[in-house]
Design a protein around this ligand. Structure first.
Ligand code: ADP
Ligand code: MG
Length: 270
């Protein structure tokens, strides 16, 4: 794509003082003394969305939201992101709407690449963490409470990544994951990495279809002693929160009566 179109739709003055050079050169420059959290996600037309079923503005908004959700799952604070865009053709109306949705997050877009081909949106996001802190999947402990945010099963077009809430969880929670593929499947990632299991109270899970996926809510575990602080934090950040069970030593997911709960969810290759 011509440089003037990139300038018009994807170049804005940096807002984050840590970005000392944004896009326009061969590399962007970031100055930070924190640990960087880095993640990438791709949306492919026909696989992750249908062009005639989502507006370009919603698509731009969503593309960054799903990446922010990964930062939130780690407790990281967003710094900047890169956009690799593959477009079948140049459509300025589409670009205007897409960039409006994308940039409405007010996070610095510091670089990227633009090529011709089937519509694909790849974002690499960069966040930062205080040294020694992160909500890793393998950090759950026996007797931790298990929580989820939001209401599951709604698969909103514009998800609400729990970015603020999760940064404050760094001092209160042990393990976290964002729910993209369905609660039981994503919770299983925490349990497997932690070599533990879970006992869930199905009636406490908010929403009806908790294995549908595309929630971009958080599932996390935390020691029982932090329950009150976590509830206060959720209130302060207007984050709907439910305690749905606890971490146990027996691998697998079980209900209170001891029956196995089937792990289900979105399959990426099927
Ligand atoms: P190079 O040839 O050095 O890789 P490009 O010509 O691909 O650079 O891009 C020129 C500048 O525009 C670079 O700074 C790049 O980061 C930026 N850029 C290209 N495409 C995008 C995009 N889709 N979003 C944001 N920045 C972009
Ligand atoms: Mg170059």
């Amino acid at each position: 794509m011509e440089f003037d179109l990139i300038q018009k739709y994807f170049m804005r003055p940096s807002k984050n003082h840590k970005v000392i050079l944004g896009n326009g050169d061969d590399c962007a420059l970031i100055h930070t003394d924190k640990v960087l959290a880095v993640s990438a996600d791709t949306l492919v037309e026909g696989t992750h969305f249908l062009e005639n079923k989502i507006t370009p503005a919603d698509l731009g908004y969503r593309a960054l939201a799903v990446n922010l959700s990964d930062l939130a799952a780690m407790g990281a604070k967003p710094v900047a992101f890169l956009l690799s865009l593959t477009l079948p053709k140049i459509n300025e109306l589409w670009l205007a709407e897409f960039s409006k949705g994308l940039l409405s997050w007010n996070i610095d877009l510091i670089g990227g690449n633009t090529t011709q081909g089937p519509l694909t949106i790849n974002i690499t996001i960069i966040g930062e963490l205080p040294s020694g802190k992160a909500l890793k999947r393998g950090a759950a402990k026996i007797n931790d409470h298990i929580y989820v945010t939001g209401i599951l099963g709604l698969a909103p077009v514009r998800p609400t990544p729990r970015v603020e809430f999760s940064q404050s969880l760094l001092d209160l929670a042990h393990a976290a994951i964002d729910i993209s593929d369905g609660l039981t499947q994503d919770l299983t990632h925490i349990l497997t990495a932690s070599h533990l299991g879970a006992e869930l109270e199905l009636s406490k899970i908010p929403g009806t279809d908790f294995n549908r996926g595309e929630d971009y809510e958080l599932c996390f575990t935390a020691p029982p002693c932090n329950e009150e602080k976590i509830r206060k934090l959720a209130e302060q950040t207007l984050t709907p929160l439910a305690k749905i069970g606890k971490v146990i030593s027996k691998p697998g997911i079980w209900d209170k009566a001891g029956y196995a709960i089937t792990v289900q969810g979105y399959q990426h290759f099927s």
